[in-house]
Design a protein around this ligand. Sequence first.
Ligand code: ADP
Ligand code: MG
Length: 240
Amino acid sequence: MITVKDLHKSFGKNEVLKGIDLEVEEKEVVCVIGPSGSGKSTLLRCLNLLEEVTSGDVFIEGDNLTDPKININEVRSRVGMVFQHFNLFPHMTVLDNITLGPRKIKGVSKDQAEKDAYPLLEKVGLSDKADVYPESLSGGQKQRVAIARSLAMEPKIMLFDEPTSALDPELVGDVLNVMKNLAKEGMTMVVVTHEMGFAREMGDRVIFMDEGIIMEEDKPEKIFGNPSNPRTQEFLSKVL
Ligand code: ADP
Ligand code: MG
C-alpha cells in the first residue's frame, strides 16, 4: 500500500528526514514511536502530500506522489489523516463536518453524504451528536468526529498523528477503541503514538525513529521486550 524509498525532507538547511525506507502492506498496522523532533509528523505529512518531498520516492498503491502530474485531492482522499488537534470546522455541525469532504471533493449529493455519515457516527459512538457544533463536544468526542470525517472519504489508508496526545487521560480509551476496531476491520494504518500499550497490542510492526532516520523496526514484542538499538532502549526507558 505504501512504499517509501530513500525519502529526504529538508526545511531550508534543516534536514529533518535523512533517508527513510519503508513498506506498509495492506491491512498492516504500523506504529511509529520516537522522541519529539525526530521527524515522525513530517514523515506522515509526506505520505499525504501535506509536505513536498525533497528527494526520494513515495508510492501509494503504486502511484508515485513525486510525479508532478499527480492529482493531490485524489491521493488525499485515498489517504486519510487524523491530527493531534482535531481541526474540525467550528462553525459547522458534526454532520456538516463529516459530509463536507464527500460533497465538495467527491461530488456526492447532500442526501447521499448524510445517509453515509450516520453509520460512521455510529461506528465512532456518536450517533446522537449529528446536529451539535464541535464546541459542545469533549476532546475525545471531537477526535472521534475527526476520525469519522476522515473515513467519510473512504480512504484505503489511515494516518494518525498522535491522535490522543491532546486528550485528558480519561478520554483516551474511547478514541483508542475506535482505532482498534478500524484495525480489526482491516484498515491499513500508520499511527504515530505515545500510547505504548496500543502499539504493543495493535501494532503488526513498530518503528522507532530518531534524528530523521528509522533506527529500528520490528514486531512489538521485540521492540518492547528486547530492543537491539541502544537509542531505542534509552527512549523506552524514559517513556515506559
Ligand atoms: P516529530 O513529529 O517527531 O516531533 P516533526 O516532524 O514535527 O517531529 O519535526 C521534525 C523537525 O522538523 C523539527 O526540528 C521541526 O522543527 C522541523 N519542522 C517541522 N515542520 C517544519 C516546517 N513546516 N518548517 C520548518 N521546520 C519544520
Ligand atoms: Mg509530531
